[in-house]
Design a protein around this ligand. Sequence first.
Ligand SMILES: Cc1cc2nc3c(=O)[nH]c(=O)nc-3n(C[C@H](O)[C@H](O)[C@H](O)COP(=O)(O)OP(=O)(O)OC[C@H]3O[C@@H](n4cnc5c(N)ncnc54)[C@H](O)[C@@H]3O)c2cc1C
Length: 483
Amino acid sequence: MPVKSGSEYIERINQNLPDVWIGGERVQGPISEHKAFKGLMATQAAMYDMQHDSESQSAMVYSSPVTGHPVGLSYKQPKTKKDLVLRRQMMQSWANCHHGFLGRSPDYMNTAIMAFSAAAGVLKEKYPQYAANLKRYYEYCQENDITLSHVFIQPRAGRVTTFLRTFEEPETARVVEKNKDGIVVRGAFLLDTQGATSDEILVFPPPFSLSVDEESPYAFAFAVPSNLKGISYVCRESFVGGESSYNYPLSSRFEEMDTLVLFKDVTVPWDRVFVYGDENMASRLMEESHFHTHTGIQIMCKNIAKTEFLLGTIEMMVDACGLDNHDHIIEKVTEMIVAVETLKAFQLAAENGASIDRWGSMLPNKKPLLAANVYFQKMYPRLIEIIQLIGASNLMLILDEQDFNSEISDQLNQYLKSIDVDAKKSVQLSRLAWELSVSSFGGRQAVYERFFFGNASIVNKRLYNEYEDSRHKYVDRIKTFLS
Ligand SMILES: Cc1cc2nc3c(=O)[nH]c(=O)nc-3n(C[C@H](O)[C@H](O)[C@H](O)COP(=O)(O)OP(=O)(O)OC[C@H]3O[C@@H](n4cnc5c(N)ncnc54)[C@H](O)[C@@H]3O)c2cc1C
């Protein structure tokens, strides 16, 4: 089966009928018609349509090594620098479509499953069946253009009980039974962004080293259809303000729902198990797949699109208010320009410094990517602060589109116009800046950028550890200098 279209994506999700809860009620009927998911799914459908559009298709797909059908380029294992460039261009096209607001656009997990599968050799000697499962699953995802979500984290209760060992019945997610059909999993995971709008879910929590047994019930990785019996998705409050793209330019289109996923004794079939029982193997697969490096390129595409979007917005705000001759305004806009250029430079450095790893993948240079993760986590809140500092009271001028159809519209048109911008367009720009920097949608984006790849300590440590050789090299240089 070749790449899917937008309507195929929507049809498949609607037929899937996973157990989704929102506001204490189970979602009934087609997910794509529900106000919490409608805009997001329309955006993602447009992205999938780019795989069929005659103008964009050639940049979005490649020929499947298995069937020869066109399949998504973000599934492709990069083996040359040219592959890296083509993959990056494809992912940048999708990122430009959602302007960086979809952290978990499908190319993220397409890349992840490619990375895990390429490193299946880690499992091969000890667990050849799991290695084969992983390879087969990657092929299945690629050939069927599966939309995949993931969970790597558990709620705090699960983590605390592993530390304290206080409860007889630990909350930590675990395998409670093994039988001829598969492993039976009980527990909770978070945050499954897009869990309700994906075909399947990949579950791969870090093992907690709780078990001294050889076979740890806490070490597992698997992927299953999102509608498998016993799985429930509990949505947070929706941040979609409404359907109007004038009133809610961002949340009406890009509100990715985050869910808590509950596994109530779910039987995961053996052919979908990638790791079971071996904590060391679970850690090795995560580490040696270079998951963080491969997905790092997709993340950079998102961050570049998002920062360019912020820069365009702030430039319009500055022009509309005639602020471009103030030094401190220029300084703030320049901060955004530096952010865009820095991200692009990191991206190219990672690509140019790529080398072949032991799996035959052209692996981007980790250092600039990990540095970019640290940089953007700190920079994004500052970029949003700049929108607030320049936007000021305009961020509160979020009149409704309907106000311009009311009997007071003449006065609004008179008093709310800006330089070269009529009142209605000026309020529209205010609403965009408000959604970015004040709304619950904007707040969630900021929290996302701070945590989606781990908390700041973890993100810093990844770079610090990767830099060990360089750190020692520079110490030696100083020693030589001092002597
Ligand atoms: C909007 C959003 C969407 C996400 N989507 C997904 C997804 O789809 N799939 C997925 O797997 N993950 C996702 N994540 C990431 C994941 O859910 C966690 O948020 C992330 O890993 C951070 O974990 P945490 O929230 O438990 O915070 P923690 O890591 O617990 O951090 C909270 C605070 O405690 C501090 N802290 C924690 N431990 C220590 C310690 N040992 N010593 C000192 N300080 C400590 C941290 O520094 C931080 O300040 C998402 C996150 C967000 C915010």
